[in-house]
Design a protein around this ligand. Structure first.
Ligand code: HEM
Length: 81
């Protein structure tokens, strides 16, 4: 899987279901988290961020502000905005 592609926010917004793939952004990076959805410790709340930025949600759920969480996210990076 390429990890150096350039995407638009519109591309990301088209990926918000398990069928189409679930993409999110963090800062200027793009992540395909489809395979992580079922592994998420917070359950399907993760789908609220599908197709968009995770920052507003992670601001509400500070449990994500840990190195190990960022390291999980990085495993799913597919490119940049
Ligand atoms: C917990 C990852 C998105 C809500 C966690 C944990 C991880 C994680 C690793 C466990 C942290 C720990 O206990 O050390 C992610 C990733 C996300 C994401 C990689 C996006 C790519 C979201 C979103 C929401 C959310 C969008 C809410 C709208 C929660 C909640 C917990 C949690 C409520 C606590 C679960 C519990 O301990 O009962 N997440 N998360 N997460 N997440 Fe997420």
């Amino acid at each position: 899987k390429p990890t150096n592609s350039i995407y638009t926010r519109q591309d990301v917004a088209k990926h918000k279901t398990l069928a189409d793939g679930v993409w999110v952004t963090y800062k200027t990076s793009v992540y395909d988290i489809t395979k992580f959805v079922d592994l998420h410790p917070g359950g399907d709340k993760i789908m609220l961020a599908a197709g968009g930025a995770i920052e507003p949600f992670w601001a509400m759920y500070a449990v994500h502000n840990q190195e190990h969480v960022y390291s999980i996210l990085e495993e799913y990076r597919i490119g940049e905005l």
